[in-house]
Design a protein around this ligand. Structure first.
Ligand SMILES: Cc1cc2nc3c(=O)[nH]c(=O)nc-3n(C[C@H](O)[C@H](O)[C@H](O)COP(=O)(O)OP(=O)(O)OC[C@H]3O[C@@H](n4cnc5c(N)ncnc54)[C@H](O)[C@@H]3O)c2cc1C
Ligand code: SF4
Ligand code: SF4
Length: 385
């Protein structure tokens, strides 16, 4: 090997669980996305949800919580999968877009932004906004693009409001998962069930913390887990709330019991629809005290590495603000529009929504701590005095 070749050789990736544990899991950067868990080839990582933790932990106690015998022998899958480990943003940007984000691209890179809604009345009424996410999943299932989708449903008859990562293989299963819940659901955890059921080509629906994972996995060559998560649909997200918000806030302060709620939306306030047909509005600001720990340092509002990102910040109700990022995302949306499964209007029809997306993206980036790699904070203007 010549000296020049030696210089060019990429550094071997050696980081393992010990580094993930100290730099992400116990350092305030872990979102609970569970990517490390599904990427672990030795199945030695579990997932803790008690007391609102939403964190991975090591199942073997031999080396203490921060040690892994497989890591010592050279296994690096968990750090390769983690979308908060070291310079994840630039690695994912370069893999997906062939360049890193420019400072002014606070909501990430995109091909186009449109307002879209499903033309199918069932998706339009069951969906949180325009039913676009559910329409895309169903179209991809019916057009043999995916075998299954990793989504989120509610436990039992839904009255507990406990989210469950779930596999959807049919239109009915996609519809049963439609709508938004504002507590955390690590949809990645449905991966094992989907594979056990014979699925190979998967779509992952989730907030940015989850939809960056497949890109990071591919960029860092995790292997088949990353390859199987072939389509990602990101949900714009400022935060999720602890499950305790139902008793300690909605019920204690406003007398709203979780079992009486049929739908929640967030549009500057908590909009709450109840089983008796009534509707209530609850101040959003008061709910901030129940922000989930894993969201407090998250810099990604707009799900910047999803093939398609979807949000409900539009002024026009019943439309999903749809950010098309990848070539694959563009292809799917174009075919759906051409076939009449979706209808659209230009994103510029709603300039306030575009402005809000930029503002909320900047606000999220401000949360990324100074001790972590600087890239997610690039271009973030200093706070006004
Ligand atoms: C926790 C959370 C916070 C959000 N915050 C914002 C925000 O601040 N601003 C904004 O513009 N948009 C936000 N959204 C996105 C918005 O609520 C809609 O999901 C989006 O506009 C798509 O609407 P739709 O009608 O096209 O999707 P639908 O067709 O209703 O499909 C929604 C999909 O999201 C999945 N899902 C629902 N809840 C969860 C969950 N908790 N975790 C993972 N997956 C879930 C469902 O399984 C379904 O597949 C948030 C969504 C969630 C889940
Ligand atoms: S951010 Fe996700 S991948 Fe990283 S340690 Fe936490 S759960 Fe694992
Ligand atoms: S704010 Fe949303 S995207 Fe960020 S960690 Fe929380 S749930 Fe994930």
């Amino acid at each position: 090997m010549t000296l020049t070749e030696e210089k060019r050789a990429p550094e071997r990736w050696k980081a393992e669980w010990a580094e993930l544990y100290s730099e992400v899991v116990t350092n305030g950067l872990c979102t609970g996305c569970a990517a490390c868990i599904i990427a672990c080839p030795h199945d030695v990582l579990g997932y803790r949800t008690e007391d609102g933790a939403y964190k991975p932990f090591h199942l073997e106690e031999e080396l203490g919580p921060g040690g892994c015998t497989h890591g010592l022998r050279g296994c690096t899958s968990c750090t390769r999968a983690c979308p908060r480990f070291r310079n994840w943003e630039t690695e994912a940007d370069n893999f997906l877009f062939g360049r890193s984000r420019r400072p002014e691209e606070q909501p990430g890179m995109a091909r186009s932004v449109i307002l879209a809604r499903s033309t199918d009345p069932e998706f339009a009424s069951e969906g949180q906004d325009g039913g676009v996410v559910s329409a895309i999943l169903t179209w991809c299932l019916e057009h043999d693009r995916i075998d299954a989708a990793l989504v989120s449903t509610l436990e039992g008859d839904g009255t507990s409001w406990k989210t469950v990562p779930t596999v959807a293989r049919t239109r009915a299963e996609v519809l049963a998962a439609a709508g938004s819940r504002y507590t955390y659901s690590a949809n990645t955890l449905a991966y094992g069930k989907a594979i056990a059921g014979g699925a190979e080509r998967l779509a992952l629906v989730g907030m940015g913390c989850q939809t960056s994972a497949p890109v990071v996995m591919k960029a860092r060559k995790v292997g088949k887990v990353g390859r199987r998560l072939g389509l990602t649909i990101g949900l714009m997200c400022s935060k999720t709330f602890d499950d305790s918000i139902f008793e300690e806030f909605f019920e204690a302060r406003y007398g709203i019991r979780r079992q009486d709620i049929t739908k929640i939306n967030i549009k500057g306030v908590f909009q709450v629809w109840l089983r008796d047909g009534s509707y209530r509005e609850v101040p959003l600001k008061e709910g901030h005290a129940w922000t989930r720990e894993g969201c407090k340092a998250c810099p990604d509002f707009a799900a910047e590495h999803a093939d398609i990102s979807a949000g409900g910040i539009g002024e026009l109700s019943g439309w999903t603000l749809t950010v098309i990022r990848s070539e694959q995302g563009q292809e799917v949306i174009d075919e759906m529009l051409a076939g009449g499964a979706l209808e659209s209007r230009p994103g510029d029809d709603d300039p306030k929504a575009l402005d809000l997306m930029r503002k909320l993206s900047t606000a999220s980036r401000r949360r990324w701590p100074d001790f972590a790699p600087v890239e997610p904070r690039l271009g973030v203007p200093p706070r006004r005095a």
